[in-house]
Design a protein around this ligand. Structure first.
Ligand SMILES: Cc1cc2nc3c(=O)[nH]c(=O)nc-3n(C[C@H](O)[C@H](O)[C@H](O)COP(=O)(O)OP(=O)(O)OC[C@H]3O[C@@H](n4cnc5c(N)ncnc54)[C@H](O)[C@@H]3O)c2cc1C
Length: 448
């Protein structure tokens, strides 16, 4: 009889944990998932990018996604209430329409045979994916919170949890932490570093009957996710279709704006929304379905995302600001990259840190690119808007927005944008200087 209860023990049954479990089960490894909640449960992070499709295809889940009736997302759009500058080589500062949109089909994406991705009700999506992992052979326990992992016996970690008043422990060969922003191992092993640059704060809820065409003149964009900029530094509203009639709306701002306002959550949410009167009018005519939920302090990195006998995937390993709907795609793709290394490590019978090097390099490269793209966006918003509209750069920007961030150390378009931001920062007389956001230039230096 084996000295281990399971090959792989996974903490958390969200997208990162469930996808890892699906990969493990398909590879014939025994695995157990412990999920503290009872699914379905609500969760933020409802709009995907197309690089998620590769994972759905890999694990055989794409057909289920297509049949589930989730709204299809063909593109994304950004709106402002006014006009802004456009990029020209001579920086003449022309006025541009600040309503921009992209369609994913504009760039052919290797390994992705759909011109759409999905918006989802996370309660339903997460349940489906976890059930699918179970169908493939993963053992799943819901309502079980892992309390700690004992690594004192090299090569045989023990996961500790409580059921009722019984303390139980399970032995595995490798622990995968997919506990999301609770970052169980990140906290236990003191790996977590808070991001001092991004201090964003979000308040969100669902509305029924909101007219999604109110802020666009283009009917083909009604099913997109929208980012509506607010006339408040680094602040925006997301608009994400959840069903035919339900729309998720979230206000994202700097935490200090909320603190300074001294308002209650509800009052603050509405005062932000009122700064885009057409949006506020549309929301006032619809029905708020849930009470407001808030999320704060969510940007951080980890000193290590793998070690002897453990790997961190999804939010448990890194969280970058959600402006480009990145989180679930990172969660799924981190499961994809980690699984390749785990399967090889299992075959070699060795789960030491050096076996997860490829996973670590690939994931760090991708999250660094996302982080820098997001930093450019917040630092000089007009540059993003201008580049999207410029045919010289549009496809390279769409590549990033599709979630294809893992194959280049420094995408050319990103380098160019960073260089322009630096020029603008260094020249107070630059025509764009006054458009600089409040983030510092350090924002380009990823914390890890
Ligand atoms: C404001 C905001 C907006 C966002 N918008 C988007 C978006 O539009 N698109 C997008 O793709 N992403 C978005 N995200 C990010 C997205 O929510 C996450 O990246 C995604 O959910 C990560 O998946 P995960 O599986 O790593 O973690 P989670 O989905 O959080 O899953 C982790 C699971 O682990 C369980 N767990 C935790 N601790 C334990 C424990 N000790 N024992 C057992 N189980 C445990 C939890 O209950 C949970 O179910 C947003 C995030 C924020 C904060």
């Amino acid at each position: 009889m084996s000295q281990f209860d399971f090959d792989i023990g996974i903490i958390g049954g969200g997208p990162a944990g469930a996808a890892t479990a699906a990969y493990m089960a398909r590879a014939g490894l025994s695995c157990v998932v412990f999920e503290r909640e009872l699914f379905p449960r609500p969760h933020v992070g409802e709009s995907f990018v197309p690089s998620s499709t590769r994972v759905f295809k890999d694990i055989g889940f794409l057909e289920k996604m297509d049949q589930a009736g989730f709204p299809r997302k063909y593109g994304a759009a950004w709106t402002t209430s006014g006009k802004g500058p456009v990029y020209t080589d001579s920086f003449e500062g022309l006025e541009a329409d600040c309503h921009v949109g992209i369609r994913f089909e504009e760039r052919e994406q290797p390994g992705v045979d759909r011109n759409y991705t999905f918006h989802v009700d996370r309660g339903k999506f997460d349940l489906m994916l976890l059930q699918y992992a179970h169908e493939l052979g993963a053992t799943v326990y819901e309502g079980v919170r892992v309390q700690s992992v004992d690594f004192s016996q090299p090569g045989q970690p023990h996961m500790h949890f409580t059921i009722g008043n019984k303390h139980i422990s399970t032995s595995v060969r490798l622990v995968v932490d997919a506990s999301g922003r609770r970052t169980l191992l990140g906290n236990q092993l003191k790996l977590r570093i808070q991001d001092s640059i991004f201090d964003q704060y979000a308040i969100h809820t669902w509305f029924d009957g909101f007219d999604r065409s109110l802020l666009t003149n283009d009917p083909s964009q009604v099913g997109y996710n929208f980012v509506h900029f607010l006339p408040l530094t680094n602040s925006w509203v997301w608009q994400i279709p959840i069903t035919e009639t339900i729309t998720s709306i979230g206000v994202v701002t700097q935490k200090k704006h909320f603190a300074k306002s001294k308002q209650e959550r509800e009052e603050f949410f509405w005062s932000c929304v009122e700064s885009r009167p057409e949006l506020a009018a549309g929301l006032r005519c619809s029905e708020q379905l849930r009470s407001l939920t808030d999320e704060g302090d969510y940007s951080y990195a980890m000193k290590q995302i793998c070690g002897d006998d453990f790997v961190l995937v999804g939010d448990a390993g890194r969280f970058v600001d959600p402006i480009f709907s990145t989180g679930v795609s990172i969660a799924l793709n981190s499961a994809r990259f980690a699984s390749r290394d785990i399967i090889q490590a299992a075959a070699a019978g060795n789960f030491r840190k050096e076996n997860f090097h490829t996973f670590e390099m690939t994931l760090r490269r991708g999250t660094k690119n996302w982080y820098e793209f997001i930093s450019v966006y917040y630092r000089l918003n007009a540059l993003f808007t201008a580049f999207v509209q410029d045919e010289r750069y549009r496809l390279d920007i769409i590549k990033l927005l599709q979630g294809d961030v893992y194959d280049e150390d420094e995408p050319k378009v990103l380098k160019m944008m960073k260089d322009i931001v630096t020029q603008v920062e260094q020249n107070e007389n630059h025509i764009w200087h006054r458009y600089l956001g409040e983030l510092t230039a350090n924002a380009f230096k990823p914390i890890f």
